[in-house]
Design a protein around this ligand. Structure first.
Ligand SMILES: CSCC[C@H](NC=O)C(=O)N[C@@H](CO)C(=O)O
Length: 660
C-alpha cells in the first residue's frame, strides 16, 4: 500500500548505524561496530564488522551482545573490545589472522577507554572502583527474619545522581594496566579523583598521559580538567597542563616528540572555542594550532609523519575533517560526517586516519543513519549502505537548507525544511517547528527518525539553528550568554514566517515541539505567542531556580549559565523562566519527559503541567517510565515520543491538505 512506503514508527527497530571506526595502517580495511536495534530487549546492540575499500563486508564477531570500545592493536593483528556476552562487560580480544577470540578479563565493574601501548604489549583501561560506604545510622531492634522496609539512603556527595547512570555509588574511576596476553590487571591510580579522561602512551611505553580533573575542589570546578603524566616505573603522577579551563584528549605524536590535546581558557561563559594545542615534549613549548579557526575542535588524530593533525569540527550544521599542519594553513578534506544521532538531527560523528592519510568517517545523508565513509584521493566514498534494505523502498522526506534574516537584528540564520513524502508545492500543509536543545548544539542535514516520522505523517517540518547554536563561531554562541531565552525566540518566529512566505503552509495549522533546551524554547513560545495550534514541550526546564537545584550537573549550570546563585538573583532566574509567562498561555500544551531524567528532572514538567491546569489551559503529561534525558535510546521510547506528539497535534487539526 501507499502507506507502507513511508516511514512508520516501528521502523526505528530496523535502523542500523556505524560507530567506533578503526582503520588499518594501510587504509585498506575499516573495522566498525554495526549497531542495530533489538526488538526483544528494546535495546541498541552491536557487533564488529569489517569493510574493505571495495565495500566488501565481513562479520568479525557475532551474537546478541553489546560490543563497543573497540581498539585495533598498533600492528593491526589484534582487536581489543568490550563485550557483555558473558553477562557483564569484559575486555575481549580477537586475533585477526586466525579468528581466535578470548575473554581477557574477569572484572567486577565495566571497563572503558581501551588504549594500546605502541609496542602492542599492554592495554591501559579505566574502571570504576567502588568504595565501601557504611551508613552513619543502623536501626536497632530488627528481629531475626523480620521483613522491614528498605533502609534509608544517606547521601553526602555533590554528584549523587547522574542522568543515564542513576544514583551514584561511592568510589572513583581508576586507571589499570592489562597485559595483552590477558590475566590480572594492575591498578595504577588509587587516589580520590576520577581518573577518567582519554589516555595516550609515550612511544617508549614509559609514560601514560591522561586527562582528569584532579583539583581538590574538582566537584565544584566541573570543567577544569588537565593533562597528567603517569610514570610506569615509579607510579609518579605529574601535571602537564595547569591552566584554568579544560584540557583533554591527549595524543602523543608517532615520533614521540609532541603531545597534542584539546582545550580552552575558561572565561566563565556559556561557550568558548575548543582549540588544538601542541606541546614539544622536550622543550615544553606549547602553541595553539587553531587560534584563528572560529570553531570548536571535537577530536584529533596525528598524521603518520608527525607533521600535522587531522581535526574534526562542526561548521554550519555539518561536520568537517581538515588537515592542520604544525605550521601553516589547514586543508579541508570532507564535510560529510554525521549520522550517529538518529533520533533528532544533531551533529554527531567520528573519524579515524590510516598512516597513509586515508580518512574513514561516519558518512551522513539526510535519508540514512551513519554509514562507513572513506576520504581518499581527494574523494569521498560511501563504503556501506547499512539501511538500504530497511529504507531503500520507502519514500522519505527531502531535506532542504534555507537561510533567512532574524527580525531581531537582521542576523543570518540557517535552517532546514523536511518535506512530506509526495510533497506538492501547490497544496497547503500543516507545519511542525522542531527545536533543538543544548542550547549550544547544532542541527544539520542529518538523518533523524523523529523529523522523518513527522514528515511521513504529512507535516512540513522546519528546524533551525537559532542564535546560541554551535558551529557558527564564538560570537554567535555567546549571544545567549546570560541571555537565554531571548532573541532566539525571534529567530524561530522569523523561520516560521520565512517558510509560510513560500506559499505551501496552512497558517492556521502551525505546531511546535522541542526537547530539553528545545523544551525551554517551546514553552517560551507558548508563553509569548498564540500562533501555534498545539505544542508538545519535551523534557524542558520550566523554572531555572528549581532546575539548578535539582539537575545532576548543577555546579556547572549555575556557574556558566547565570551571573549568581538562584537566591542571589531571583529576578534574573525568574525573568528567563517559562513558568513566569504561563499566565499568557492559551495554546494546548502537552508535556513529555522520562521519569529517570536527572538532567532536566520531570519535576520541571510537573510544574508546568500543574500551572497549566490551574490556568485552565488544555494540557496533558506523558511520563516515560525509566527513561533518562536521552529518551530515544530505547527504540520503543522513541516510538512513544513520536506517536504521542503526533496524536496530540492531530487532536487540534481541523484542516487537511487542500489545493491552493
Ligand atoms: C536546557 S538544560 C540542559 C539540557 C541538555 N544539555 C545538556 O545536557 C540538552 O539540551 N540536551 C539536548 C542536547 O543533547 C537534548 O536534546 O537532549
Amino acid at each position: 500500500t501507499e502507506l507502507s512506503e513511508t516511514l512508520q514508527s516501528q521502523d526505528v527497530f530496523d535502523l542500523e548505524y556505524a560507530a567506533d571506526l578503526n582503520i588499518t595502517n594501510d587504509g585498506s580495511e575499516v573495522y566498525f561496530i554495526r549497531h542495530y536495534m533489538d526488538i526483544h530487549s528494546d535495546k541498541k546492540l552491536g557487533n564488529i564488522w569489517k569493510v574493505t575499500q571495495n565495500g566488501e563486508l565481513t562479520p568479525v564477531t557475532t551474537g546478541k551482545h553489546q560490543q563497543y570500545g573497540m581498539a585495533l592493536s598498533p600492528d593491526n593483528k589484534r582487536l581489543a573490545y568490550i563485550s557483555s556476552e558473558s553477562g557483564n562487560p569484559q575486555i575481549h580480544m580477537q586475533w585477526l589472522e586466525t579468528g581466535a577470540t578470548g575473554q581477557m578479563t574477569n572484572l567486577t565493574t565495566a571497563p572503558s577507554r581501551l588504549t594500546w601501548s605502541a609496542d602492542g604489549k599492554y592495554l591501559a583501561f579505566q574502571m570504576f572502583v567502588p568504595e565501601k560506604a557504611t551508613p552513619p545510622v543502623s536501626l536497632p531492634g530488627k528481629p531475626e527474619g523480620a521483613e522491614w522496609a528498605e533502609p534509608a539512603i544517606y547521601i553526602d556527595d555533590v554528584y549523587y545522581r547522574f542522568d543515564g547512570g542513576g544514583y551514584t555509588k561511592p568510589g572513583y574511576t581508576q586507571i589499570f594496566l592489562l597485559s595483552a596476553q590477558g590475566g590480572t590487571p594492575r591498578q595504577l591510580t588509587f587516589d580520590e579523583f576520577n581518573n577518567n579522561g582519554a589516555m595516550s602512551w609515550s612511544q617508549d611505553g614509559k609514560q601514560l598521559y591522561f586527562s582528569a580533573n584532579r583539583h581538590q575542589n574538582f566537584r565544584l570546578e566541573p570543567v577544569n580538567t588537565d593533562i597528567y603524566r603517569y610514570e610506569l616505573a615509579s607510579g609518579e603522577i605529574s601535571a602537564v597542563t595547569d591552566r584554568n579551563g579544560p584540557d583533554n584528549q591527549p595524543s602523543v605524536s608517532p615520533d614521540g616528540r609532541y603531545l597534542a590535546y584539546l582545550g580552552y581558557d575558561d572565561r566563565g561563559t556559556n561557550y568558548e572555542n575548543t582549540q588544538v594545542y601542541v606541546r614539544d615534549l622536550s622543550s615544553g613549548k606549547t602553541q595553539s594550532l587553531t587560534a584563528d579557526l572560529d570553531r570548536s575542535v571535537d577530536s584529533l588524530h596525528w598524521d603518520g609523519s608527525s607533521r600535522g593533525l587531522y581535526i574534526q569540527y562542526d561548521d554550519q550544521g555539518k561536520t568537517r575533517v581538515a588537515y592542520q599542519p604544525l605550521k601553516g594553513k589547514a586543508k579541508q578534506l570532507t564535510d560529510k560526517l554525521g549520522g550517529q544521532s538518529y533520533g533528532r538531527p544533531y551533529t554527531s560523528s567520528e573519524f579515524d586516519v590510516a598512516s597513509d592519510g586515508t580518512v574513514t568517517f561516519t558518512y551522513s545523508a539526510p535519508d540514512r543513519p551513519a554509514d562507513v565513509g572513506l576520504h581518499t584521493g581527494g574523494k569521498d566514498i560511501q563504503l556501506t549502505h547499512l539501511n538500504d534494505d530497511a529504507l531503500g523502498h520507502k519514500t522519505l522526506a527531502k531535506v532542504e537548507e534555507f537561510w533567512f534574516k532574524s527580525s531581531a537584528d537582521g542576523r543570518d540564520i540557517q535552517g532546514w525544511i523536511a518535506y512530506p513524502p509526495g510533497f506538492d508545492k501547490d497544496k497547503k500543509y500543516p507545519m511542525v517547528l522542531e527545536i533543538h536543545g543544548g542550547p549550544v548544539t547544532a542541527y544539520g542535514p542529518h538523518f533523524a527518525a523523529e523529523i522523518q516520522l513527522y514528515a511521513a505523517a504529512g507535516y512540513v517540518v522546519v528546524y533551525i539553528n537559532p542564535r546560541g547554536s554551535s558551529s557558527y563561531g564564538e560570537e554567535f554562541a555567546q549571544t545567549i550568554h546570560l541571555n537565554y531565552p531571548s532573541q532566539d525566540y525571534d529567530d524561530l518566529m522569523s523561520a516560521v514566517d520565512t517558510v509560510i512566505d513560500k506559499g505551501f503552509i496552512d497558517e492556521r495549522e502551525l505546531f511546535v515541539t522541542g526537547g530539553s533546551g528545545g523544551g525551554v524554547l517551546s514553552a517560551w513560545i507558548v508563553g509569548h505567542t498564540d500562533r501555534f495550534k498545539a505544542a508538545v514541550v519535551a523534557k524542558p526546564v520550566i523554572n531555572w531556580y528549581s532546575f539548578v537545584l535539582t539537575s545532576d550537573f548543577y555546579p556547572y549550570f549555575y556557574k556558566y549559565w547565570f551571573a549568581a546563585k538562584p537566591w542571589e538573583d531571583l529576578e534574573g532566574y525568574m525573568q528567563r523562566s517559562p513558568i513566569s509567562y504561563v499566565g499568557n498561555v492559551t495554546t494546548p500544551t502537552m508535556l513529555l519527559t522520562g521519569e529517570a531524567d536527572y538532567r532536566t528532572p520531570i519535576s520541571e514538567s510537573e510544574q508546568y503541567y500543574q500551572a497549566l491546569k490551574l490556568q485552565g489551559v488544555e494540557t496533558a503529561m506523558v511520563r516515560i517510565p525509566d527513561a533518562p534525558h536521552g529518551i530515544y535510546k530505547r527504540p520503543s521510547n522513541l516510538m512513544s515520543k513520536v506517536e504521542y506528539i503526533l496524536w496530540w497535534f492531530e487532536q487540534y487539526r481541523d484542516e487537511r491538505p487542500v489545493k491552493n
